[in-house]
Design a protein around this ligand. Structure first.
Ligand SMILES: NC(=O)c1ccc[n+]([C@@H]2O[C@H](COP(=O)([O-])OP(=O)(O)OC[C@H]3O[C@@H](n4cnc5c(N)ncnc54)[C@H](O)[C@@H]3O)[C@@H](O)[C@H]2O)c1
Length: 357
């Protein structure tokens, strides 16, 4: 691209669309947010007023066809990720796509093929990779401080946190799943990244739906629609085997009777040391002089924030033709594993991953 500012359009002005709008409008040197759209146009109009955005597009199709847009940020329910990302790339737009990349592995396959065909930039919004402690830990892992990471355990147990009961969040056809695809995808993505991106080969999993169908475990994210329905899981547990022999245990819930502090966690277990990441707190664990030794890891104060770094990384990739840290293969890997967990739960068997696309 030329050195001019990237012209950005935002598709979907709901909760996370609002977060992206706030982030992109701040990057005045790198980009200009020229338009916003949402199937609920009054919402798009109010966001445009709030952020001083010149144009409200009547539809995503109108925005994608517009010659005034270089890149779109897609912040809509999961079912629409692939159709919109594919048509945007085919129309020559770069894409920042909310997680999960696709609603399913097949949807992700379509995105991978289109990205390879068009060569447009596609990045998946996994902001947790840009958290300050995640950055510190990755640096130490890459330096070999943990030795060989042979296993990891990650999860996020919400005690009472079903989002938007009866909205798209709790419908299989629009979300593709429950907490596994919603918050589990973050923990999966970050764990694999911190483990050094070993190649996953097989997955075993089980999912349960014990709260949602009974209208229990309702959280505060999104407004419930009691005329809607709930047909996704509310807890998932899985075991993922890698080609190099390492493994990952993943456990997530939107609702559970368990003594949990609702905080995402990752434990990396290496031959020379381990790391425990618990929300914004971290610890390095090793053994010296025959004694267990722990070092507290602290995030810097006055940090710019993970979302700012994510936004800037996307704009840098678009401007300078760089490969995003969370590219299509990242999204495909995550979708393959998530799909295999659901399949394993249905069939009761371990599922080998099918990398074809
Ligand atoms: N990265 C994160 O931490 C994070 C956090 C929350 C949500 N998300 C993801 O962001 C996406 C949106 O989630 P949300 O919480 O903002 O949902 P939301 O329901 O608050 O907002 C979605 C918006 O999309 C609009 N919409 C629906 N279909 C559309 C279409 N085809 N074209 C244009 N607009 C459409 C809706 O009217 C709504 O305003 C989901 O994929 C979700 O997984 C990511």
């Amino acid at each position: 691209m030329s050195a001019s500012r990237i012209r950005v359009g935002v598709i979907g002005a709901g909760n996370i669309g609002n977060v992206h709008l706030a982030g992109f409008v701040k990057e005045t040197e790198l980009c200009e947010v020229v338009g916003v759209t949402d199937t609920f146009l009054p919402l798009a109009k109010s966001r445009a007023e709030q952020y001083g955005i010149a144009k409200v597009y009547e539809s995503p199709e109108e925005m994608i066809a517009s010659p005034d847009i270089d890149a779109v940020v897609i912040c809509v329910p999961n079912a629409f990720h692939a159709p919109l990302a594919v048509s945007a790339m085919e129309a020559g737009k770069h894409v920042l796509l909310e997680k999960p990349m696709g609603i399913s592995a097949d949807a992700a396959r379509g995105i991978v093929r289109t990205q390879e065909k068009t060569g447009m930039t596609l990045m998946v919004a996994h902001q947790m990779r840009w958290e300050p402690l995640a950055l510190q830990i990755k640096e130490q892992v890459d330096k070999g401080e943990l030795g060989r990471i042979y296993t990891a355990k990650a999860g996020w147990y919400r005690r009472k946190g079903i989002p938007g009961w009866g909205t798209w969040f709790t419908k299989m056809s629009e979300a593709g799943g429950g907490p596994l695809i919603d918050i589990g995808v973050h923990m999966l993505d970050l764990s694999l990244h911190l483990m050094g991106s070993p190649k996953p080969v097989a997955v075993s999993g089980a999912t349960y739906s014990e709260f949602g169908p009974n209208r229990k475990g309702i959280g505060t994210w999104g407004k419930p629609n009691w005329d809607g329905y709930y047909d996704v899981e509310d807890l998932a547990t899985a075991f993922i085997r890698m080609e190099d022999g390492s493994s990952l245990t993943l456990e997530v819930s939107w609702a559970v009777h368990m003594d949990t502090d609702n905080t995402p966690f990752i434990h990396l277990m290496g031959t020379e040391g381990g790391v425990a990441l618990h929300g914004s707190k971290g610890k390095f664990l090793t053994e010296k002089f025959d004694q267990p030794l722990e070092v507290e890891l602290n995030a810097p104060t006055n940090d710019a924030g993970s979302r700012t770094r994510l936004t800037q990384h996307f704009l840098d990739c678009v401007q300078n033709g760089k490969k995003p840290l969370t590219d299509v293969m990242t999204g495909f890997t995550n979708n393959l594993i998530l799909g295999a967990i659901y399949e394993s739960s249905r069939t009761g068997n371990e599922v080998k991953l099918d990398w074809s696309y």
